[in-house]
Design a protein around this ligand. Structure first.
Ligand code: NAP
Length: 224
């Protein structure tokens, strides 16, 4: 990456996960644009984050304008909205990295793994967009719950899957920049594990009455 941090657009950035990640990235110095179906809602979301940050660091725009302005586009919408949202901004994605956070949950039984027929939610998106967009899967296991509380260290590793290794590296930097730990998890098809794991974490949250179970990978270099 260059010395200048890339501009990040977060589609569906008015929601819990997108606004939480956006808050952390803005705090870490990244230019952040929240995207929404409504520019007004995006601006309101950005204003809320700027109030928390104490500085005007975040902008809000409609999803397409946000995707056009950014170098990296992050998708944080419900599974049912994933394909239409990405399809609406496809013209702005060529040559960019698209980070898909979507978990293919099927309400109401979100504590059950219910994977799509295509294999994983993110592979369907790479197939839809073609090789001109570097699709990377990440952050599905990071609960939104504590993201806006900077006094809280979010205890979760981020499995980063993608077929383009340099793009994976860039997304690992994004995870590391906010105190998470990004880990190479192999090609995009391996995203199926992170996507499925979220329902397991939701089951754990329900059983132990906690808001945000996470995951840790052991045995990496530098660990005891
Ligand atoms: N929440 C978590 O803790 C968490 C953790 C890990 C992964 N995830 C995954 O991250 C994604 C977002 O989760 P979330 O909890 O942030 O979801 P959310 O709050 O329900 O929705 C996020 C945003 O998506 C947009 N949206 C909702 N319905 C839409 C539709 N029909 N068409 C287009 N846009 C729509 C909305 O933005 P506008 O109305 O402003 O357009 C909304 O603010 C999901 O795939 C989820 O599984 C969530």
């Amino acid at each position: 990456m260059t010395d200048t941090l890339p501009t990040l657009a977060i589609l569906g950035g008015t929601g819990a996960e997108g606004s939480g990640l956006g808050f952390r990235w803005a705090h870490a110095g990244y230019p952040v644009i929240l995207g929404s179906r409504s520019a007004e809602r995006a601006q309101e979301g950005a204003a809320e984050l700027n109030k928390l940050l104490g500085r005007d660091l975040v902008r809000g725009m409609d999803n397409l304008s946000a995707a056009k302005e950014a170098q990296i586009v992050i998708v944080t919408v419900p599974y049912s909205a994933q394909k239409p949202t990405i399809s609406d901004v496809a013209s702005a994605l060529d040559g960019k990295i698209l980070v898909d956070v979507t978990v293919p949950l099927v309400p109401p039984k979100v504590n059950r793994v219910q994977l799509p027929a295509e294999g994983s939610a993110v592979e369907a998106i790479q197939h839809m967009l073609g090789a001109g967009v570097k699709v990377v899967s990440a952050f599905q296991n990071v609960s939104a719950h504590h993201l806006k509380d900077l006094s809280h260290t979010v205890e979760c590793d981020v499995l980063v899957a993608g077929d383009d290794i340099p793009s994976r590296e860039i997304v690992i930097e994004l995870a590391n920049a906010v105190g998470l730990r990004g880990i190479h998890a192999g090609p995009l098809c391996n995203s199926v594990v992170a996507e499925a794991l979220t329902s397991v974490l939701i089951s754990i949250n329900q059983r132990y009455k906690i808001p945000g179970a996470g995951i840790r990978i052991t045995g990496l270099p530098g660990q005891d």
